[in-house]
Design a binder for this molecule. Structure first.
Ligand code: DAH
Length: 354
């Protein structure tokens, strides 16, 4: 038994099907739908309109589907021909739809391309590339050479106490040698370190021999500025303490280092000097190929027994040597720079050369 509502709904949907009795009538309707469809398709300029078109003609309840439902009302002998006509109509609707869909896609792509267009003829944006300052590079290069030789790197404070800067280095308060280093005081007992030698003391107090370190860093002195002196400059301190070291070992280390850093063609000269913290003491001068001037690059010597004793080492058992090397001067020799002041002037014409 069919329930009442169901029967009603069948009746309702049947009522929507236009009664169609002849194939001529069908042809007429196909003709007018086809015409309307062609016109509608021309005005499809948005995705929304395109979707509305699809629903109206190709949808499940669209005009073409509705016509298909009338097939059953046609005389049996006309149905095949009518079906064929309807299929053609549907194919045409599909064609119109996809053609419009394609051209809409193209249009929106064209729009996007126009919007996002990159003008390759515009001048580029210039991003200057930074690089390390020449002094930093030279310092790192010096560090690399000593790291390869088995040295460690140590550092100490730039604000130093009188004890580390002088007393422990065998420079008592009344010693005339203090004059040279007694420079920028912060208060009664602290000063900007005039050399990196205090780091030797700091390292030795914390280690037992053998000790093999370099200590790079910035130093300050009351020097009057000239082509080879600056109140701010950099040193690399070296210290090697072990049993059985002699001046010959020091000489070898310096020669090896100089050769690694400069290569061939540079001359080196060692001569006697005086430092309260070394005995004997030497100074080392270098001359660039073709240059007439010698430039002092370091003070060096065998660590004074008084210094070793001060840090608790036994000078009867261990000996050591040390040097203090001027970093700016190494760079000046290598790159033929004749004025130390250029390192701190921040003149890009100088800085960007390296
Ligand atoms: N500290 C000394 C200076 O700045 C240089 C120096 C000399 C360092 C002899 C040393 C050394 O380690 O052994 O003038």
């Amino acid at each position: 038994m069919i329930r009442r509502e169901t029967r009603l709904s069948i009746i309702k949907s049947a009522a929507k099907i236009p009664a169609m009795t002849t194939i001529d009538e069908l042809k007429e309707r196909i003709g007018s739908i086809s015409e309307a469809m062609g016109k509608d398709a021309e005005s499809l300029t948005t995705p929304e309109a395109l979707e509305a078109f699809r629903i109206e003609y190709l949808g499940r309840k669209g005009k073409i589907a509705t016509l298909f439902k009338t097939l059953g009302t046609l005389p049996q002998e006309d149905r095949a021909a009518a079906g064929k006509l309807l299929n053609e109509l549907k194919a045409r609707a599909n064609e119109l739809y996809t053609a419009r869909e394609e051209s809409l896609k193209e249009a929106s792509l064209g729009e996007r391309l126009a919007k996002e267009r990159v003008d390759l003829t515009l001048p580029g944006v210039y991003h200057p590339l930074g690089h390390l300052h020449l002094l930093t590079r030279v310092q790192r290069e010096i560090e690399d050479i000593f790291l390869r030789m088995g040295f460690d790197i140590a550092s100490g404070p730039e604000i130093e106490t009188e004890y580390y800067a002088f007393e422990a280095l065998n420079i008592p308060a009344n010693h005339p040698a203090r004059d040279e280093w007694d420079t920028f005081y912060i208060d009664d007992t602290r000063l900007l370190r005039p050399h990196t030698s205090p780091v030797q003391i700091r390292v030795m107090k914390e280690t037992t021999p053998p000790v093999r370190v370099i200590c790079p860093g910035r130093c300050y002195r009351r020097d009057t500025q000239d082509a080879t002196h600056s109140p701010v400059f950099h040193q690399v301190e070296l210290l090697w303490v072990e049993e059985g070291l002699s001046l010959a070992n020091l000489k070898y280390v310096i020669e090896y280092f100089v050769h690694e850093f400069f290569g061939e063609g540079y001359e080196m000269r060692m001569s006697g000097d005086f430092f309260p913290f070394t005995e004997p003491s030497v100074q080392v001068h270098m001359r660039a190929p073709g240059a007439s001037e010698w430039l002092e690059i370091m003070g060096a010597g065998m660590v004074d027994p008084a210094v070793l004793t001060e840090v608790g080492y036994d000078p009867e058992k261990v000996t050591g040597f040390a040097f203090g090397l001027g970093v700016e001067r190494m760079a000046m020799l290598r790159y033929k720079i004749d004025d130390i002041r250029v390192f701190l002037q921040n003149d890009l014409r100088f800085i960007t050369q390296f």
